[in-house]
Ligand binder design. Structure first.
Ligand code: 5GP
Ligand code: MG
Length: 182
């Protein structure tokens, strides 16, 4: 694996994003919604650094992928959602790639009648955007490589890595040979 962002680089970027979010505060309470599962590490770090009263909830969005590049249909599960009607929402996700996921989750949340919705992402891949929607806060822009760690997975593994790494062909071969080794 090739490290793209070290643990300390990640912490610096997340702290700066938290400061920008705090600085943009209108004084009203925030409702932070993390997109499961990729946002869990960012969510935990970010909410502890935003100096403002907040409520925290989650929503699940999954697009079934086989290979690293192809993407299946997006399924949004709002069964775990807290009430957001009349609230100022900050949606938190791991990565903005084509943007379809975040745009669809925002559209889904709009139906629930929030006062406002903004979004914050850890990563944004340059040159990949396919939607008009833009995240309001981005910690890092990265090149178009498949990355894992700090919440991001490959087949539900590697989310626990404290750094961000790009998976290389040799890693995929190793992963395949170890699949199901429990
Ligand atoms: P989008 O809909 O913006 O194209 O893709 C967003 C979703 O695809 C993310 O929430 C994430 O689940 C997945 N994704 C996109 N790029 C990567 C990547 O490089 N690594 C991982 N682990 N997931 C990615
Ligand atoms: Mg995701």
């Amino acid at each position: 694996m090739k490290t793209l962002l070290t643990e300390s680089e990640l912490q610096t970027g997340v702290s700066q994003m938290a400061a920008a979010i705090t600085a943009s505060s209108t004084g009203r309470q925030l409702t932070i919604i993390g997109v499961l599962t990729g946002s869990v590490v960012l969510l935990a770090d970010l909410i502890r650094q935003i100096d403002q009263p907040m409520r925290v909830g989650v929503i699940q969005a999954s697009s079934y992928r086989g290979a690293t590049t192809e993407r299946g249909e997006l399924v949004i599960n709002s069964a775990l959602m807290i009430d957001i009607s009349g609230r100022d929402v900050l949606l938190v996700d791991d990565i903005f790639d084509t943007g379809h996921t975040l745009a669809k989750v925002v559209a889904k949340l709009q139906d629930l009648g929030p006062a406002s919705i903004r979004s914050a992402v850890l990563l944004r891949k340059t040159g990949r955007q396919e939607v008009d929607y833009q995240p309001d806060f981005t910690a890092f822009s990265i090149p178009d490589e498949f990355v894992v760690g700090y919440g991001l997975d490959y087949e539900d593994m590697y989310r626990n890595l404290p750094y961000l790494a790009a998976l290389e062909p040799a890693d995929l071969a190793k992963h395949a040979s170890q699949a199901g080794a429990f």
